[in-house]
Design a binder for this molecule. Structure first.
Ligand code: DQA
Length: 152
């Protein structure tokens, strides 16, 4: 079974109580269960992590690069300013899907730019926690395409 890391940046452990009008009522534990369930259906072993610490996030991204692990990443506020995270992600060795619960393009101006998007395989935003399920489906598709190409 392919392993996938689902990495979450600052403030995302507070889902459920954090601005529920923007991010919904689901808690972080609900998100973990949703991702694991989706993974089981897609034959992916999903590991969900969250940190408020940029250095820890960079270590996880380096680990993914070294171990060739696909990543579903909600960089949260790091999306908009962390060149260190972008540089780490540029070293990726497997698919990277950027996800957002809200639709940053429909929100404040400072959220319109993602410094991460240019090094991601693609971005899914605005579907609530369903964004993660769609991202895991995309990862499963990409891995299936890769192994079909390798078998050709
Ligand atoms: C977010 C959007 C970001 O702008 C914000 O800083 C977050 C969450 C989202 O999932 O909608 O923390 O990444």
């Amino acid at each position: 079974m392919n392993r996938v890391l689902v990495l979450n940046g600052p403030n995302l452990r507070r889902l459920g109580t954090r601005e529920p009008d923007v991010y919904g009522a689901a808690t972080f534990d609900d998100l973990v269960a949703l991702c694991r369930d989706a993974g089981r259906g897609l034959d992916l072993s999903v590991e969900v992590r969250q940190t408020d610490d940029e250095a820890e996030m960079l270590r996880w991204v380096h680990e993914a690069a070294d171990e060739r692990l696909p990543v579903v990443l909600n960089p949260a506020a790091f999306t908009h300013y962390s060149y260190a995270l972008r540089d780490a992600l540029a070293q990726r060795t497997a698919p990277l899907v950027e996800v957002h619960i809200s639709n940053p393009a429909a929100r404040e101006e400072f959220r319109h730019n993602s410094v991460v998007a240019g090094v991601a395989t693609g971005t899914i935003a605005g579907f609530g926690t369903m964004s993660y399920v769609l991202a895991l489906q995309a990862v499963a598709e990409l891995l299936a395409e890769e192994s079909a190409a390798a078998g050709r």
